[in-house]
Structures are given as C-alpha cells and as structure tokens.
Write a protein that binds this ligand. Structure first.
Ligand code: FE2
Ligand code: FE2
Length: 330
C-alpha cells in the first residue's frame, strides 16, 4: 500500500474515536468561557468607567508588550486559514467527499469554534485599551488571511499533527507569559484573560499530541520521519507572513520575533523547551520496530534540542526601537 493510502487508513482508524476525543479534549459551547466574561459589560452603566480604568492601566505597559499582544491577536484572528488547511488533510478531505458530517470535519469545526474566542476577546480588549492603532492592526489581519501560509507540511496529517502539537504548546507559552507580565504590572483582567486562553491552548496541545502518540503505535517509522522532517526544517510560526499596510508579505516577522523575545513572551529557549517536551511526551527514545532510516531520524531528534540550545545561547538580540504602525497615533 502506498504511504498516502496508509495515512488515510490510519486517519480513518483514529476517526472511529472522534466522539471520544471531542468529549475528552473539547468543551461544549454552553459550558466554556466566552469573551464577554472577561470584558466590561456594555449593557451596564458602569461600562464607561470600566473602560476608563482599562485605558489608565494600559499606559503602564510598554510598546514592546502591546506589539506582542497585537501579533498574538492577529495570528489568532487568522483562524480561517488554519481551518481550511486542516480540512484539506489526507484522510479528512477524502472523508468529507463521502460524508460532510464525518468525524474529522466535526473535530476541526469544534476546535475552530473554541479557537474563535481567542482572537475575539483579544481584539476587543486591544480596542478598548486605547494603546494601539486598530485600523493598522485590522489591515495586518486582513493581509495575513489573504496571504495564507505554507508550513511545509503539504496535506500530510502526520506532519500536520506534529505542527499543531508544537504550535498549541507554543501559543500556551506565549499567552501564559503575557499573563505573567500583565499580573506583575497589576493588570489583573488582562492576566486572567491570557491565562484562560493559555489553558485552552494546553488542552489542544494535549489533544494533538495524543493523536501523534496513537499514530506512533500503528505506524512508528513514518511518524518518526514526519516528526524529523518538521523539526529539521524548523517549525514555521503563524506570524511568519506578517506585514503592515503597504508593505511586502512577511516583511514584519523578523522585527516582531525580536520584540517577542525581548519582552520575554516567546524566546529561542522556549522553542528548545517545547522540542524536549515533545521528545519526552512521545517517548521517542523507547519506540521500537523502526526502519534504519527512522532510527537515524530518531537519533537526530534526540540530539537536536542540545544543538538548538547552544544556538539560542549565542543569539544576540538588538535593542533597536522598531517603529510599528500598529502603535502609531491616529
Ligand atoms: Fe488560540
Ligand atoms: Fe489552540
């Protein structure tokens, strides 16, 4: 059987448990938090005072912090890109043609619904904060969705689940660090909001890494090679193609990434840490029955975190004060 057909078969086997996965890893709409729970209630007389308070304390946080918040929000708002990309995976697409109500489509839609709240709450909060130029932010969001992205996985579900396992953990780290900084500055509402988003990301990370664990059980060599491929090429961040208005695609990422590292929200050390966690979580040192090629891939993956750590240690961050249009006064 071809590699592609084996993947489709593995996806169909996993799909039999979709209802279990949905119940275990996702939360029904009526039970989960909603953006409004963390925002001033616009139906109440206290609304204006609460907004004024947010605007006052928002002055306490520096521009680097707000730039990171904007980038995090925009990448959450690019959700249509991620949903349509997941719907095209091998094993999802074929099933959809047969039955639009198939299991994987159900998972992806329910996951998308959960994710939708992240960009929503952050967007509203940024708007109320009075610290950012929302029109510029909106144009960057629209560009990112229009530009789409290529994370180098094609339609391979194995590579994609490595990507989502990694990326959900990376967003956990990022939102969690934002929560810590906000708390230190006495910005309690923002801290709570970021913390609860981080909690969702952790739950999603556990789900996607569980799918990978299951695949390791039935197709270990191919799963190892997919993991190797993704890590060797490095995980591309959803912010990769960020741009400002009137600028070229991807022209903002380098600056954004430096600011995120400088603010301590997401650094090269976090990247290494995530790799280490995935190696342990999937117990890759203990996986047996591998082909010689997959054995080699495993050895590479075991050594990679230390190599990347040394690179992160050597990295020098410039202290340039970048001018982001997101921070321009209107
Ligand atoms: Fe999210
Ligand atoms: Fe997530």
């Amino acid at each position: 059987m071809s590699i592609k057909n084996i993947r489709i078969e593995v996806m169909q086997t996993l799909e039999k448990n979709i209802d279990v996965f949905v119940d275990k890893f996702l939360i029904p709409v009526e039970k989960i938090w909603q953006p409004t729970d963390f925002l001033p209630n616009s139906q109440k007389d206290t609304f204006i005072d609460e907004v004024k308070e947010i605007q006052e304390i928002s002055k306490e946080l520096d521009d680097d912090f707000w730039v990171v918040m904007v980038g995090d929000m925009i990448t959450e708002e690019a959700l249509p890109t991620y949903e349509s990309w997941l719907m095209n995976l091998e094993g999802v697409q074929q099933d959809q043609e047969k039955d639009p109500e198939n299991g994987w489509a159900k998972w992806i839609r329910a996951w998308t619904a959960e994710e939708n709240r992240h960009g929503d709450v952050l967007n509203k909060y940024l708007y109320l904060s009075g610290r950012v130029n929302m029109r510029e932010v909106e144009m960057s969001t629209q560009h990112l969705i229009a530009d789409g992205f290529d994370i180098g996985t094609a339609q391979d579900p194995y590579k994609n689940f490595v990507y989502t396992s990694f990326q959900e953990l990376a967003t956990y780290v990022s939102h969690n660090n934002v929560a810590k900084i906000a708390r230190q500055k006495g910005h309690t509402a923002l801290a709570k909001m970021s913390k609860i988003i981080a909690g969702d990301e952790m739950r999603h990370h556990i789900a996607y890494s569980d799918f990978v664990k299951e695949i390791f059980k039935v197709d270990p060599s191919e799963m190892m090679l997919a993991y190797y491929y993704m890590m060797k090429n490095q995980i591309i961040m959803p912010a990769m193609f960020l741009r400002e208005s009137h600028a070229e695609k991807a022209s903002l990422f380098d600056q954004f990434s430096i600011v995120a590292q400088r603010a301590g929200v997401y650094t090269g050390f976090d990247y290494v840490d995530i790799m280490r966690k995935l190696n342990v979580l999937w117990g890759i040192d203990k996986i047996s029955g591998l082909t010689p090629e997959a054995e080699k891939a495993r050895d590479y993956l075991m050594r990679l975190p230390d190599r990347m750590y040394r690179l992160a240690e050597r990295a020098v961050l410039p202290d340039t004060a970048y001018k982001f249009k997101w921070m321009n006064q209107i």
